[in-house]
Design a protein around this ligand. Structure first.
Ligand code: SF4
Ligand code: SF4
Length: 293
């Protein structure tokens, strides 16, 4: 099985648009995972039919048993995260602030605080025309999106581990969710854009990915908006020995396809669709060659 993650150093580069198109263009059986759990929107273009929804239990958080609490306030004084709230003489934990350190359970003289599992999201398993999709929803304000990303990938592998391709729509940025996404993948495709911040974020995301040793590919979206910076990215990729597998032009057809909720490659022939088709063919060849080694 080839495990390919499509990522970007920052949001808004067109990563999900490219992932959706690749889901149609790359051959063989596949399972899709939307690991951008803070803003999952692959479902907007994959038109999934939900088969099951499972709760996701994140880290434990503290809960005060009011029948045991004597109102001494020691937990409030020791919580570094301001998660203990006082309402008159009653104390309660704000679950959105609780970091699960359990200090309050250690200092409470009445054993009134315990650590309880808390649902911080849900994992959805769906079918699409191209295969199963695992996607998730993180409850607003809940942290630990890296753990949820791990759970999404685990579900996909458990349910569809025999597919030819595991295609992941990754999160933007370089934090914990990205690390969870790229650990264990064979290849990453970084979608960037021709801007100073695009090049800066590309360098950062590549530095993180290299620690996990996947093959790294780069595509520049809307490359023709700044040909000079696109050229700079191209030179940097060559210097770093990273294959630039595609240059996608700015194309109003992309906006129209997003509005219509379909990958741009499903719509009429357009410059962006043609560029992504070339990108997919090149990528497929590269991935297969590596898989056969
Ligand atoms: S330390 Fe224990 S007894 Fe004191 S206020 Fe907190 S929960 Fe209540
Ligand atoms: S577990 Fe830690 S963060 Fe949560 S309420 Fe207790 S002391 Fe505060």
């Amino acid at each position: 099985m080839i495990r390919l993650a499509v990522i970007s150093g920052k949001g808004g580069t067109g990563k999900t648009m490219v992932t959706a198109a690749l889901s149609r263009l790359l051959k063989g059986s596949l399972v899709l995972a939307d690991c951008d759990v803070d803003a999952a929107n692959l479902e907007l273009v994959e038109d999934p039919r939900i088969l099951s929804i499972e709760p996701f239990m994140g880290m434990k958080s503290a809960v005060i048993d009011p029948s045991l609490c004597v109102g001494c306030g020691v937990c409030e004084a020791h919580c570094r995260f301001g998660a203990v709230e006082r309402d008159m003489d009653a104390f309660r934990i704000n679950p959105l602030r609780c970091e699960g350190c359990a200090v309050c359970t250690a200092v409470c003289p009445s054993a009134a605080v315990s650590m309880q599992p808390r649902q911080t999201g849900e994992i959805k398993y769906s079918e699409t025309t191209r295969g199963h999709l695992v996607h998730a929803r993180l409850i607003p304000g809940a942290g630990n999106s890296g753990l949820l990303v791990h759970a999404v990938k685990k579900t996909a592998m458990e349910q569809d581990g025999s597919c030819d391709l595991f295609l992941i729509d990754g999160p933007p940025g370089t934090g914990c969710p990205l690390i969870s996404t790229v650990s264990g993948v064979n290849a990453v495709l970084v979608v960037t854009e021709p801007s100073i911040s695009g090049l800066h974020d590309l360098k950062r995301v590549v530095a993180v990915c290299r620690q996990f040793r996947p093959r790294i590919f780069v595509a520049i979206n809307r490359f023709d908006l700044d040909m000079a910076l696109a050229g700079e990215i191209e030179v940097w990729c060559r210097t770093e020995n990273i294959p630039l597998v595609g240059k996608i032009p700015f194309d109003p057809a992309v906006i129209a396809s997003v509005r219509a909720g379909v990958p741009v490659t499903d719509a009429r022939v357009s410059p962006a669709a043609q560029a992504i088709q070339i990108l997919a063919a090149y990528l497929e060849q590269e991935l297969k060659q590596h898989d056969n080694k």
